[in-house]
Design a protein around this ligand. Structure first.
Ligand SMILES: Cc1ncc(COP(=O)(O)OP(=O)(O)O)c(N)n1
Ligand SMILES: Cc1nc(C(=O)O)sc1CCOP(=O)(O)O
Ligand SMILES: [Mg+2]
Length: 213
């Protein structure tokens, strides 16, 4: 189920802290854990995905950012990996769907009208959700897209035929607004990973999302 809270892992964290954050967030009801490590080698990322998947232990979906090959390799090694989140410069979602199979979850980033047109041109069932942002400026992705804000997100979500997950600088106080604007959920890096108590913070996000539905 892609609705709810998505935790995108923070590559700035040491391994132990990353796994502690993932475990606490999943225990708190996080729906999706997306393993994102832009500077890891394929082998390092495959290993991280395997240990994250072990911590998640079937309680949330596990997605791999960018790398279909890594998702397949981790599966081959016995890890439960549910799918991938792809951007506009990553592997084509049609190819990803063909490689991962009909039951996989495939997310796609969209933050411009032509991205939405491309998503709508795909056969139904190719992409499961769109990641749409930024809601606010973020330090987690310094070269990220322009800020849409809640209003811009809402316009995007209303025009989209797919569930939209709000991302980029999302704070707890943004949740009611983005949900009212049409979000199926929110994705965060910093708000949970940098929290003094990631489990409690994730629980607050989960409750705010559920309360806004
Ligand atoms: C839920 C979600 N939405 C958007 C993104 C961004 O993906 P992408 O555009 O591929 O950028 P990188 O994450 O690869 O830097 C995401 N990861 N998750
Ligand atoms: C990985 C990522 N992708 C984005 C996009 O809009 O494409 S924003 C983002 C980082 C989100 O992190 P935080 O919750 O710390 O702002
Ligand atoms: Mg990407």
């Amino acid at each position: 189920m892609i609705s709810g809270l998505h935790l995108v892992t923070d590559e700035r964290l040491a391994r132990d802290r990353l796994l502690a954050v993932v475990g606490a967030a999943v225990t708190a009801g996080t729906a999706v854990v997306q393993v994102r490590a832009k500077h890891a080698t394929a082998r390092e990322l495959t290993e991280t995905v395997a240990v994250v998947s072990a911590v998640v232990s079937g309680r949330a979906l596990v997605l791999v950012n960018d790398r279909v090959d890594v998702a397949l390799a981790a599966r081959h090694g016995g890890a439960r990996v549910d799918g991938v989140h792809l951007g506009q410069e990553d592997l084509d979602p049609v190819a990803a769907r063909a490689l991962l199979g009909p039951d996989a979850t495939v997310g796609w980033t969209a933050h411009a009208p032509d991205h939405l047109r491309a998503a709508h041109a795909l056969a139904p069932g190719t992409v499961d959700y769109l990641g749409v942002g930024l809601i606010r400026p973020t330090t987690s992705k310094p070269d990220g897209p322009a800020v849409l804000g809640v209003e811009g997100f809402g316009a995007f979500a209303r025009a989209a035929a797919l569930p939209c997950i709000a991302i980029g600088g999302v704070r707890l106080e943004d949740v009611p607004g983005v949900m009212a604007a049409g979000a199926a959920g929110v994705a965060v890096v910093s708000a949970v990973s940098e929290a003094a108590d990631p489990g409690q913070t994730a629980a607050r996000f989960v409750a705010a999302i559920a309360g806004a539905r």
